[in-house]
Write a protein that binds this ligand. Sequence first.
Ligand SMILES: [Zn+2]
Length: 229
Amino acid sequence: MKNIFHSFLGLFFPDLCVVCRDRLIDAEQHICTDCLLLLPKTNFHLQPDNRLEQLFAGRIPFERAAAFAYFIKGGSLQQIIHELKYKQNPDIGYFMGKLSGDNIKGSDFISSVDLLVPVPLHPKRQRERGYNQSLKICEGLSAITGIPVNTETLVRTVNNPSQTKNSRFDRWTNVEDIFSLADRDTFGNKHILLVDDVITTGSTIESCAKEILKSDESKISIFAIGTAN
Ligand SMILES: [Zn+2]
């Protein structure tokens, strides 16, 4: 019955691919098969010392870093991330998480990870958007890998809306101390996969990682849906 209703609605409001805006066929969700095949995957999870690992080298101790696809200006991933962050479409975050999970499952990159932790949004921003996009990505990753998600331990303390206007150095200083740990036990002796939507300078990840690593014997890896080419 639900399907009939959905098909009926589809006559008036067909589901469109978020990238090319073509009509989706029945089995497709959010992104059409052609656009999925054209996504510029990095396969960084199979490449130690990839460009993202070079970005974090010397800044924080970490195990591995990877991103699902390249974020190219005007490219398909930019449209997907825009849909996720500004078009009230949390489902596409879950979908991209599952897609990434399929990409990295069974690899050394993910096999020793104990917990998935999304970069926390400030509660005010989360109220405005209605969801944390990085949590949606984690939920999709979790659905494929079976690794649990933790949102209670790493928390955000200060809102910082002017962050993007500043230079890299200012951004680095601004994101210092905006995250904190609710307790230092949960992440102890655990390998945490810290998850963000897109990594550019890496300053947010760096500041989250410094907090997580205050827990005894914790290790971190880093994952995002997109990273600059
Ligand atoms: Zn398409």
